[in-house]
Structure formats: structure tokens, C-alpha cells
Design a protein around this ligand. Structure first.
Ligand SMILES: [Zn+2]
Ligand SMILES: [Zn+2]
Length: 170
């Protein structure tokens, strides 16, 4: 006997399915737009259409310095990030209708970065549901969502469908 999936699981599964389309070897992110239990769009992180993607041209890496805590001490760590791709959330906004977004829910595999969160906050959506945390921008993103009155919640106990969680390089 199989139990029927609840809506949160169902739509987050779809976001993970979308993420498997990503060609970036560093990050696979998927997002879907849901209005009244209806799927109105799906997107993943990728290069603009018609332009070589990460699998063809390699990732476009930039180095950044971040503050990280280890053993109670703050340390500056160097991190590499791929900037070739348009983030899944931004692609979702590019390919959905503003009037479809009014009061809708975005399910996304990863907690949005600051730029995506800022754009989502201005897109008409009323709720964001995510799975994997992204500590770097978490504090300011949460504060923004609170100011905007956008419901922002993490499905902690969620488990992605088999084969959709790709091992990525960090
Ligand atoms: Zn890449
Ligand atoms: Zn982003």
C-alpha cells in the first residue's frame, strides 16, 4: 500500500524533477509556481537559451570571500561560485505571467539567495516553500520576507525523490 503524497511533497518533488534538467555541475536548483494547487510553471538554473551552458563551456567561476563560523570562531573563507546560469527562481519569473503569480506559491529546492529573494518579494507571490538551507543569505532573506508578509517555510523532514539529488562539486 502506498500513501498518497501531500501537496507540499508533491510540488517539491516537481521542483526537484525540474532541477535535474540543470547542466551546471556545481548547483542543481529547481522551482515551480503553484496557484490554487495548479502547476503554472517550472524552471531550473541554466545559461540563457542558445548560449553554451556549463556542460559545454564549463562553469564560469568567480571567487568570493565569506564569513564562516567554525569552532565558535569567525573565519574568512574563500569560495567559488558559478555565475554562468540564471537562477531557477529568476527563470521562473521570466517565464510566468505576472497575473498568474498574484497570491501564488513558489516551491524551490533551495532557499533563495538574496537577489532571487529580492525579486520574488516583488513578484506578487505570497508564499515560498523550500528544502535545502542556504545559510549565507538566510538572515536578510528571512527579514525581507517578514517585512513583505510572505510566508517563508522550510520542509525539513522532506526527502527528494530517488535520483533527483545530484552530487555537486563545491
Ligand atoms: Zn555552472
Ligand atoms: Zn538565486
Amino acid at each position: 500500500m502506498t500513501t498518497r503524497k501531500d501537496w507540499d511533497t508533491y510540488f517539491l518533488d516537481m521542483a526537484y524533477m525540474a532541477s535535474t534538467r540543470s547542466q551546471c555541475s556545481r548547483r542543481h536548483v529547481g522551482a515551480v509556481l503553484v496557484q490554487g494547487k495548479k502547476l503554472l510553471g517550472a524552471a531550473y538554473n541554466g545559461a540563457p537559451m542558445g548560449v553554451p551552458d556549463c556542460s559545454e563551456a564549463g562553469c564560469m567561476l568567480v571567487e568570493e570571500y565569506e564569513l564562516a563560523e567554525s569552532g565558535g570562531k569567525e573565519q574568512v573563507v574563500k569560495k567559488q561560485r558559478c555565475i554562468r546560469t540564471i537562477h531557477a527562481e529568476q527563470n521562473l519569473l521570466l517565464f510566468t505571467d505576472p497575473k498568474d503569480r498574484e497570491g501564488s506559491v513558489v516551491y524551490v529546492t533551495d532557499q533563495p539567495c538574496w537577489t532571487c529573494a529580492n525579486m520574488l518579494a516583488n513578484s506578487g507571490i505570497s508564499e515560498i516553500v523550500y528544502h535545502r538551507p542556504y545559510p549565507k543569505d538566510s538572515d536578510k532573506v528571512k527579514a525581507l520576507m517578514e517585512q513583505k508578509g510572505i510566508i517563508f517555510r522550510r520542509l525539513e523532514a522532506y526527502e527528494p525523490p530517488a535520483g533527483t539529488m545530484t552530487e555537486v562539486q563545491h
